[in-house]
Design a protein around this ligand. Structure first.
Ligand SMILES: *[C@@H]1O[C@H](CO)[C@@H](O)[C@H](O)[C@H]1NC(C)=O
Ligand SMILES: *[C@@H]1O[C@H](CO)[C@@H](O)[C@H](O)[C@H]1NC(C)=O
Length: 332
């Protein structure tokens, strides 16, 4: 009975994980001395203000690591692609305008009844390959079941147990075509193109499964508001996932944290990757470190909003202050 209740709350939680916060609800952080207080209440105006100057770096021994300009630029490309992989909103990629396709050398997409995956190659001076996985499709109730699936399964040839639903979201009927596209893309650069895997919410969890299967390419994983995907197990410690290369973003809005990234019950799940907490200043970014499995409270639906992630990634990108310092949450 308790289990049923838990299941019901998980599905409810994911059912309501759509766009709950409108952009005007984005909280404004306390102003720094050298900011003018007048026009900063509009997020798009804050971009312009912020462009003029970069905040001071925290004291050097507080910085755990820096996120490079190249990683931020690729994070922005990845987020733009993430918006295309949600079939319910953008439609098939064949319908994109030439302007929408312009930034990509290749752009391929597959769908089955409840999953969608996209592979693209960027046209930047150092091109990269991107694979994006769709988050929960808000028009497809069956897709919620992928999140609520409490069973676990091993990712083939690996030491990782993961939630069955996310594994199914990766090993789709178009899996072979997907692999061929990724192989071709990575091979299309001299040496190898770097590979970025990512997604929002459920899509982020599927990207982690992908990173285990594609570990021979040493991919970088960038996820936003993703729930726990690996299952804690002595027999399957999951060394085949690389948490060092996983930027696991979660939003904080006022005092609340993304409820999906900090989901309870977690059915023995564990978070991998380096947690990165986005807030309204995004300077410095805070981290709980590698394999930060904490369930932060209080939790809220507001911080799970995809548009909030989008505006914060955009803000970091538009501000162009590189590299981006990351400090430990312990330094708060
Ligand atoms: C991070 O970057 C800043 C600015 O370039 C630099 O002063 C600092 O030493 C770097 N810290 C680390 C840990 O890389
Ligand atoms: C991760 O966190 C969850 C929720 O707090 C907990 O149930 C689980 O045991 C933790 N797993 C590990 C490996 O620490």
């Amino acid at each position: 009975m308790q289990l049923l209740k838990n299941l019901a709350s998980v599905s409810l939680l994911l059912l309501s994980s759509g766009n709950l916060v409108k952009s005007n609800a984005i909280g404004i952080s306390p102003l720094k001395e050298h900011e003018s207080s007048s026009s900063l209440s509009e997020p798009h105006l804050r971009h312009r203000q912020l462009q003029k100057w970069c905040p001071d770096y925290p004291s050097n021994n507080n910085i755990v690591f820096n996120i490079t300009k190249e990683t931020i630029e690729n994070t922005k490309i990845l987020f733009d692609l993430l918006l295309l992989v949600t079939c319910s909103e953008s439609g098939p990629i064949q319908d994109l305008t030439p302007e929408q396709k312009e930034p990509y050398e290749t752009l391929v997409c597959w769908s089955d009844w409840n999953d969608q995956t996209l592979v693209a190659k960027s046209k930047t001076s150092t091109p990269a390959c991107f694979a994006l996985f769709q988050g929960t499709n808000s028009l497809n109730p069956l897709d919620y079941l992928q999140n609520a699936n409490i069973f676990s399964a091993r990712v083939k040839d690996s030491d990782c147990l993961v939630r069955s639903g996310y594994k199914n979201g990766y090993f789709t009927k178009y899996y072979e075509e997907f692999i061929t596209e990724v192989d071709n893309c990575v091979a299309s650069c001299t040496g190898q193109c770097p590979l970025f895997l990512g997604g929002y919410s459920q899509g982020g969890s599927i990207a982690v499964v992908a990173s285990i299967d594609l570990r021979h390419y040493n991919p970088t994983i960038i996820t936003f508001g993703a729930p726990r995907v690996a299952v804690d197990s002595h027999k399957f410690p999951c060394h085949d996932a690389n948490p060092q290369n996983h930027y696991r973003y979660m939003n904080q809005l006022e005092d609340e944290y993304d409820c999906v990234a900090n989901m309870i019950p977690d059915f023995n799940g564990k978070h991998m990757g380096t947690s990165l907490i986005l807030d309204d200043t995004n300077w410095p970014i805070r981290t709980g470190g590698i394999n930060d499995n904490l369930s932060r409270t209080p939790r809220g639906f507001g911080p799970h909003d995809r548009d909030l992630y989008r505006s914060r990634v955009d803000e970091i990108f538009v501000r162009k202050c590189y590299p981006l310092p990351v400090v430990s949450v312990a330094d708060d």
